[in-house]
Write a protein that binds this ligand. Structure first.
Ligand code: NDP
Ligand code: MG
Length: 381
């Protein structure tokens, strides 16, 4: 029985994690969860899985829920996320919260030696060096949930990392893959939220359309697998059947394939090194699919991907600035305050202004994160 703490329980990854836990009550127990503002879904999850500890974003919501569920302990805010992540009974933390807000709780759980199943890629982008250093120090395994990184992780299983020559991360191309950059001038929020292959939260769906998601994933791969940026490639693959590939020194390539379903990498992170049946999983039928397509990445068309490689190669606080600028710009786009192309432009301006500090500590990272968000808000005004 694995005892789980789940951050971001009411989100896209969070609810699919809940689905896996509910389908396998003999294997998993949800001990603690954190949600944001969605109290209706939080209530449903509490009724179904009876966790001991629940955190929500706002104190008023915690008080309302406490009256409904007197036996459950409620907490809230940033400290609530840390409390849930570090619950003494928990052995596995699933971090599926959105954005760099997940950093402090990840570090706190690592210090307690918990296994971290990480979907929250912004944490690895903004402070990857700290997370990996602490994970090594406290012997806390970090297991990827992001489908590409799960694929890479599976493909390198049992291999000597020294023999890996290249990582190839596949990209579906997002909602605007058939549009030229010029055609992106007047696209709407509704158009951008219409992803061809995956149903995900709003922020990552926009990140997929700008290709910043792939940029964040290149950095995530560098952090998780200690691979130089020159040896990480991105390949456009519209069908999302090959989830990523590892190339070895002898030119062999090992890929992980499957029907696009985030429950596969989520469940693998929970059962690793075992595998269990995926409830209502759709088996891959390549004969039915017939053809798979691959195209080279266009870095001019997908400006954000180039910016992410640039930030990754520079390292230090520019990664935090880039990530925070992206989070703030995407939120502004979703509120209708920025045009689609202004997302890249905002990130580029922030990166241009930024004076990088190398090997930043946590305090510096948090300061750069909040300064960047303020700067983006001023730019929009
Ligand atoms: P969603 O927007 O669907 O969910 C985000 C979750 O985080 C919700 O539970 C939300 O709560 C909660 N949340 C947001 N802000 C706060 C806060 N300040 N305090 C507490 N809780 C908060 O996102 P996704 O599930 O799509 O993505 C989550 C993470 O997983 C991201 O880092 C994303 O990049 C990554 N990821 C997602 C994939 C996907 O298929 N969706 C695939 C690979 C990676 P509430 O809704 O209650 O307000
Ligand atoms: Mg991904």
């Amino acid at each position: 029985m694995k005892k789980i703490s789940l951050l971001g329980a009411t989100g896209s990854i969070g609810l699919q994690t809940i689905d896996i836990i509910r389908s396998n009550p003999q294997a998993f127990k949800l001990v603690a969860l954190a949600a944001g503002k969605n109290i209706e879904k939080t209530t449903e999850i509490i009724k179904a899985l009876e966790p001991e500890l629940v955190s929500v974003q706002r104190a008023s919501d915690a008080a309302t829920l406490q009256r409904l569920f007197p036996k459950v302990t409620f907490t809230y805010g940033a400290e609530g996320l840390v409390e849930v992540a570090t619950h003494p009974q928990t052995t596995v933390l699933v971090n599926a919260v959105l954005g760099s807000v997940g950093l402090a709780s990840t570090l706190a759980a690592i210090k307690m030696g918990k296994t971290i199943a990480i979907a929250n890629k912004e944490t690895l982008v903004t402070a990857g060096h700290l997370v990996m250093k602490e994970a090594k120090k406290y012997n806390a395994p970090i297991l990827p949930v992001d489908s590409e990184h799960s694929a890479l992780f599976q493909a390198m299983n049992g291999e000597n990392p020294k023999n890996i020559s290249r990582l190839v991360i596949t990209a579906s191309g997002g909602s605007f893959r058939d549009k030229t950059r010029d055609e992106l001038k007047n696209v709407t929020v509704k158009d951008a939220l219409n992803h061809p292959n995956w149903s995900m939260g709003a922020k990552i769906t926009i990140d997929s359309a700008t290709m910043m998601n792939k940029g964040l994933e290149v950095i995530e791969a560098h952090v998780l697998f200690d691979m130089p940026y020159d040896n990480i490639d991105v390949l456009l693959h519209r069908e999302s059947i090959i989830h990523s590939m590892v190339e070895f020194d002898d030119t062999s390539v090992i890929a992980q394939l499957g029907t696009p379903d985030m429950r596969v990498p989520i469940q693998y992170a929970l059962t690793y090194p075992e595998r269990i049946t995926l409830q209502q999983g759709k088996r891959l039928n390549l004969a039915e699919i017939g053809q798979l397509h691959f195209e080279e990445m266009d870095f001019k068309r997908y400006r954000a991907l180039q910016l992410a490689y640039d930030a990754g190669r520079e390292g230090g606080t520019i990664l935090t600035a880039m990530n925070a600028a992206n989070e703030a710009a995407v939120a502004a786009f979703l509120r209708g305050e920025l045009s689609f192309l202004a997302i890249d432009e905002t990130i580029e301006r922030i990166m241009h202004e930024h004076k990088t500090i190398v090997q930043p500590d946590l305090e510096t990272i948090l300061a750069v994160d909040s300064e960047t968000r303020k700067r983006v808000a001023d730019m929009i005004k």
